[in-house]
Ligand binder design. Sequence first.
Ligand code: FEO
Length: 166
Amino acid sequence: MQIGKTIQGAMNDQIHKEMESAYLYLGMSAYFSGTNHPGAAAWMRAQAREEIGHAMKFTDFVEDRGGSVVLRALAAPPATFASPLAAFEAAAEHEAVVSASINALFELAAKEKDYATQALLQWFITEQVEEEKTSRQIVDTLRTIGTNTSGLYMFDRELGRRGQAG
Ligand code: FEO
């Protein structure tokens, strides 16, 4: 069944949000590079790549269902943050917004009786649980570390391991 116009529009909005996420995380990566946190910078790079992957998943889906992908301009993301904690707090808040958007998309797909879209969105709903959990955990750890510089140094190294993996 070809994709309906309403779902197609919402999917295009979601592609935009995922690319905005990639841009946000790439900006955060630059912030961490510039403040000598190479581990967090690598982590954010990996996150940006993941977000591009999400945008691609939605793009493929729209195309596979005979729809049209319409790309829009991206706004500049923030270039600086008050602290590493503030950056990860912004990331965690952003993931909560993305989850709400995925949930709204699922509701729309249910209303439209678009089962293929619901199946795709199941994957994203599960992915968002993971993304929200990970960012919340990092925020909690950074709150615990506070201004302890050796703690921050060690944690940055730990974050760098994810950057290498992904
Ligand atoms: Fe694609 Fe982090 O949501």
